[in-house]
Design a protein around this ligand. Structure first.
Ligand code: ADP
Ligand code: MG
Length: 383
């Protein structure tokens, strides 16, 4: 990365990197103040940055083989539906934060599968933010880094994502899952039992987050949340119970009722999942994942036939304790908790059976909880 940045831009680049993430449980709860339990994983986006004197911000993505140029002094909010929106959005968002970044060249390269629900978007945002902050000689706390990257994605790119991705990608710690309270922005680091592995299986079916159904779900959720606020005085869905929701059922659309029921029950599952981890009760953790999948599929209507097949295949395998869809939905990846000594055979069997049933080759990864971008930078660890 250092060499290719130098060859392209002629400067010695400073290197920063940010991981991808997988969400163990707590799906679609992060934009109504709820609870999530993600961890960072070993895929990375690397950003190399060096100053330039012409006042321009030039981005090169190795993944796209393309270079894009902006004037740092005249950066308006002008998304173009292009990969560079994510990095330019961070530059714009830093400005909102009162941090002006002088001209620079930035190279980006990542091994995060794009659009697969492992949050390559937060990975590229946080890597770019770390690089720009270093050039501006500024340091910001985790909450601010996460919030400004989320603002880039929400307000510049135009994707209505919650805070989970940016927060865990920036703030994760190796060997730990992160229980994040998305209202307080407070977190707890939780150990995963030694005897299990986290396996990600990619259905290879792509979802569209910035547009379409993800946005429909958010509108349905927000409409339901507004009814509860008015009728029950609950500020956020986080504060509501299933009984509150039942009491308002005939005041909202059936879709809003079901989406809100998913979120309310999912928050309760995350609380129970935390207890299960702290008790070392991994079997219960797995059962909660299975319940979470059913809720995403039936109440939130955000699964896909391929993903449902992948979950069913996983649950048939020896050593599989739990499996569910992860990420925004409508395709993407599943996350599985599997006995450590059966993880390899699990991967082989899932790939074989998914290929037989769906005629698709699934990419599978056995993942360990990794450091986030701040911990990586502190360790001087670029790669
Ligand atoms: P996900 O976050 O699940 O991977 P998104 O649709 O939210 O999917 O974000 C994917 C987008 O992020 C890509 O289409 C691209 O625009 C941008 N992106 C991610 N990684 C890179 C990269 N290394 N270089 C340039 N753009 C990237
Ligand atoms: Mg994303």
């Amino acid at each position: 990365m250092r060499r290719s940045h130098h060859e392209r831009f002629g400067g010695a680049g400073r290197i920063f990197s940010a991981p991808a993430r997988v969400n163990l449980i707590g799906e679609h709860t992060d934009y109504t103040g709820g609870l999530v339990m993600p961890m960072a994983i070993g895929f990375r986006t690397v950003a190399a940055i060096s100053p330039r004197s012409d006042g321009r911000a030039v981005f090169y993505s190795d993944n796209y083989g393309e270079e894009v140029c902006f004037e740092t002094t005249a950066l308006e909010r002008s998304p173009r539906g292009h990969w560079s929106d994510y990095a330019a959005g961070v530059l714009w968002s830093l400005r909102q934060e009162g941090i002006a970044v002088a001209g620079f060249s930035m190279s980006l390269a990542g091994d995060v599968p794009l659009g697969a629900g492992l949050s390559s978007s937060a990975s590229v945002e946080v890597a770019a933010a770390m690089a720009m902050l270093s050039l501006a000689d500024a340091e910001l706390p985790l909450k601010t880094v996460a919030t400004l990257c989320r603002r880039a994605e929400n307000e510049y790119v135009g994707a209505k994502s919650g805070i989970m991705d940016q927060f865990v990608v920036a703030g994760a710690v190796a060997h730990r899952a992160m229980l994040l309270d998305t209202r307080a922005l407070e977190f707890e680091l939780l150990p995963l039992p030694e005897e299990v592995r986290v396996v990600i299986a990619n259905s290879m079916v792509k979802h569209a987050v910035a547009t379409g159904e993800y946005g429909d779900r958010r509108d349905e959720v927000e409409a339901g949340q507004a009814v509860l606020r008015r009728e029950r005085g609950t500020e956020l869905l986080r504060d509501a119970s299933v009984a509150d929701l039942e009491a308002c059922r005939n005041r909202m659309s059936e879709a809003s009722f079901l989406r809100c029921r998913h979120i309310i029950t999912e928050n309760a599952r995350v609380v129970e999942a935390r207890a299960a981890l702290l008790d070392g009760y991994v079997k219960r953790f797995g059962e909660l994942m299975v319940e979470a999948h059913a809720s995403m599929r039936d109440d939130f209507a955000a699964s896909a036939p391929e993903v449902d097949a992948l979950v069913e295949i996983a649950l048939r395998q020896a050593g599989c304790l739990g499996a569910r869809i992860t990420g925004g939905g409508f395709g993407g990846c599943t996350v599985n908790v599997v006995a450590a000594d059966q993880a390899e055979s699990f991967v082989a069997a899932v790939r074989r059976e998914y290929a037989r049933e769906m005629k698709i080759e699934a990419d599978c990864f056995i993942c360990a909880p990794s450091d986030g971008a701040l911990a990586l930078a502190k360790k001087g660890g670029a790669a």
